[in-house]
Every structure is written in structure tokens, then in C-alpha cells.
Design a protein around this ligand. Structure first.
Ligand code: KG4
Ligand code: ZN
Length: 346
């Protein structure tokens, strides 16, 4: 079975081809050069860039996979959440192809895509088993989810304000590091000391898994205003900021593992490309005897392969959402999680 995946929820135009569950092609056209001068994504510009790029990106993915639309069996496209204008471009392209070719079309939740991206690194018959805990950390999302079964997810907690990637990006902007800020902070932090500056960590109540990063962002902004770091100070500032953000994520995830009792953890989303986060999560998992699964960095940031892999099982089972499937900028994910009902992994 050949699945065409399309993703355009934010500022990357992406298409991918999955052949019998294996990744045959993945193309991502980044808009960083367009949004960089503004220090963040400008929604209207993002939609226009998708209009300009997406068909060429789909063609490039088909060529890379050595196939054509004649051989495609189904289409998986991101439905939400995301920027509504951007989502609409991807859905329109997907619907146009589905209509013209008479192909089934399934709408995929962007966060399920991030979680299941982990399967692209594994043989088809060795998909990550349920139940698992998933930490999704990106520019638009920060949340902890319990995957119970395919399509059955519970939300343990989410950020109450900014996403952690947004905190990386805004702090990088204050430090004059450009956009996107996460990779810039990650790079600088390699030569800095994580204990040079003790930034405050937002404290969570035990048994609650919501996250918060906006107070931290303000604390760093105030520190920069009061201390006026020079270029030579930046590696220490970056390493200390990164350590604080990673501490908050590792603490919340550790408590969520204890509360659920599951034995597998997936860390995904753009921020999981962060080297320090990967190291610290691996160490935390090893301490608890939990398997920690983090996709390759290229599969952590937005891509269409994750959308294709998340939609493939529904397409294989004969589902077709048809042309009525709509974009939903704030599509919810997972039922609320009730503390006190531990679920052991097998
Ligand atoms: O998943 P993604 O590509 O797009 C969204 O769905 O948001 O995530 C993008 C976010 C940006 O905030 C970017 O700064 C962050 O991921 N990011 C990183 C790293 N690479 C990307 N943050 C920290 N360290 C990194 N190495
Ligand atoms: Zn994403």
C-alpha cells in the first residue's frame, strides 16, 4: 500500500510517501527564511508560502519515492490543530488530489502524528506497543498524553500558557540569536555551563501534570535586562536556560510515569531534537527501567511522514473521511486523564 502524507499546519510545507509502512520519501520545505526577520511565524505569510510550495513539495516526494499518483492508494493529511489558513491549504491540496484520483482521504491529528513518528525508525512489525506515555514538545504544543490503544489517548496535562518551543524561541530572540531559537540555544549551550545561572523553575503540584513557561520567560527577560550579558556570556546563559527548561520537562514526565506505571515513553515534537533533553530523558528512563523512545531529530520537527504513518492504519482498514473533513485550528487531543488508575505496560 502506498500512502501520500501532507502536512501544512504551521510554517513547513511537507509531503511524504509511505510504501507498505516503510518511509519511501519525505520532503520538507522550510519557511524559516520568510519568518526569520519577524522573529516568529506570521500566519498570513505562512498560508501564502504553502500555496506557493505545496504542490511542488508533493511532486518532489513522489519523484524521491520513485512513484506517481497512479500508484498512490490513499492520502493522509493534517486536520489540526494549527494555523487555520495553513491547514486549509494542505486540506485543499489533499482533497483536490483525492477527488481527481478517486482516492480515500483521512484527516490526522498533528499530535498523533508526532507521537507515532517513533514508528518510522522501527521495522513495520515492531511498532511501539501500547500503552505508552507521550511527551509532545514543540513550538505550538507541550503536553503529556497516555496512549492506551490506537486512536485512544488521554491527556494528563498541557501547558497553561506558552509551549516550551515558544519559550526557547522568545528567549533566543531576547538574546539576539535569531529564529527558530531552539536549535540556536542548543548549539550555544554545548560550550556553556548549565549551572552558571540559577533560573527559577516553575513548580507543579504533585499529581498535576500541567506545565507553564510564561513566568520563566519573564524571569529570563528580567535577568537579561538587569545583567546585560555580553557575547562571551551567551553560552552560559543558553546552557542555564536550557537546563531549567529541561528540568521542568523531566520532572513532570517522571511524575507522570510514576502515576501511570507505563513502561514506555515517547518524547517527540520539535523540541525533542534538543540534545540535552534527549540525554536527560534517557537517563531518567534508565533510572526507572522505562524504555525511552525519541525519533531521529529529522522526524521530531514537523514533517509529513509522521502524518502518513498515523493515517496509514485507518486507510488500510478501509476508512475514508471523504471531502467533508475540515480544518480545525484547535482540534482537541485525548480525553482527560484520571489520576489513581495505574495502567501497567506489558
Ligand atoms: O514540531 P515543530 O517543528 O513545529 C511545531 O509543531 O511547533 O517544533 C518547532 C519548535 C520550535 O520552537 C523550535 O525552536 C524547536 O521546536 N526546536 C528546538 C530544537 N530544534 C527545534 N528546541 C530546542 N532544541 C532544539 N534542538
Ligand atoms: Zn508539530
Amino acid at each position: 500500500m502506498i500512502v501520500l502524507g501532507i502536512e501544512s499546519s504551521c510554517d513547513d510545507s511537507a509531503a511524504a510517501v509511505l510504501r507498505d509502512g516503510g518511509l519511501a520519501a519525505s520532503v520538507v520545505s522550510s519557511q524559516h527564511a520568510v519568518h526569520g526577520p519577524y522573529g516568529g511565524v506570521v500566519p498570513e505569510l505562512a498560508s501564502r508560502e504553502h500555496v506557493r510550495n505545496l504542490l511542488a513539495v508533493v511532486d518532489a516526494a513522489l519523484v524521491q519515492a520513485g512513484t506517481t499518483l497512479d500508484d498512490v492508494d490513499g492520502i493522509a493529511v493534517t486536520r489540526g490543530p494549527g494555523l487555520v489558513g495553513s491547514l486549509l491549504v494542505g486540506l485543499s491540496v489533499a482533497k483536490g488530489i483525492a477527488l481527481r484520483r478517486g482516492l480515500p482521504l483521512v484527516g490526522v491529528h498533528h499530535l498523533e502524528g508526532h507521537l507515532l513518528a517513533a514508528n518510522l525508525d522501527r521495522p513495520v512489525d515492531d511498532a511501539v506497543r501500547f500503552p505508552f506515555l507521550g511527551l509532545v514538545v514543540s513550538g505550538g504544543h507541550s503536553g503529556l498524553y497516555l496512549g492506551r490503544a490506537p486512536g485512544d489517548y488521554a491527556c494528563l496535562g498541557r501547558t497553561r500558557d506558552d509551549a516550551v518551543g515558544e519559550a526557547f524561541d522568545k528567549i533566543a530572540k531576547v538574546l539576539g540569536l535569531g529564529y527558530p531559537g531552539g536549535p540556536a540555544i542548543d548549539r550555544l549551550a554545548r560550550t556553556g555551563s548549565p549551572t552558571a545561572i540559577r533560573f527559577p523553575r516553575a513548580r507543579l503540584k504533585r499529581g498535576r501534570f500541567d506545565l507553564s513557561f510564561s513566568g520563566f520567560k519573564t524571569a529570563v527577560w528580567q535577568w537579561v535586562r538587569d545583567n546585560r550579558p555580553t557575547e562571551a556570556d551567551l553560552p552560559d546563559v543558553a546552557a542555564s536556560v536550557q537546563e531549567a527548561l529541561v528540568d521542568m520537562l523531566v520532572d513532570a514526565t517522571g511524575e507522570a510515569l510514576d502515576a501511570t506505571g507505563v513502561e514506555r515513553l515517547i518524547v517527540c515534537g520539535g523540541v525533542s531534537a534538543n540534545r540535552r533533553l534527549r540525554e536527560r530523558m534517557a537517563a531518567m528512563g534508565a533510572e526507572r527501567g522505562v524504555e525511552v523512545i525519541v525519533p531521529r531529530p529529522i522526524l521530531c520537527t514537523d514533517n509529513a511522514a509522521m502524518i502518513a504513518v498515523a493515517g496509514a492504519s485507518r486507510l488500510a482498514a478501509g476508512h475514508d473521511d471523504g471531502l467533508d473533513v475540515d480544518a480545525d485550528a484547535s482540534l482537541p487531543f485525548g480525553v482527560p486523564f484520571v489520576v489513581g488508575a495505574p495502567e501497567r505496560g506489558h
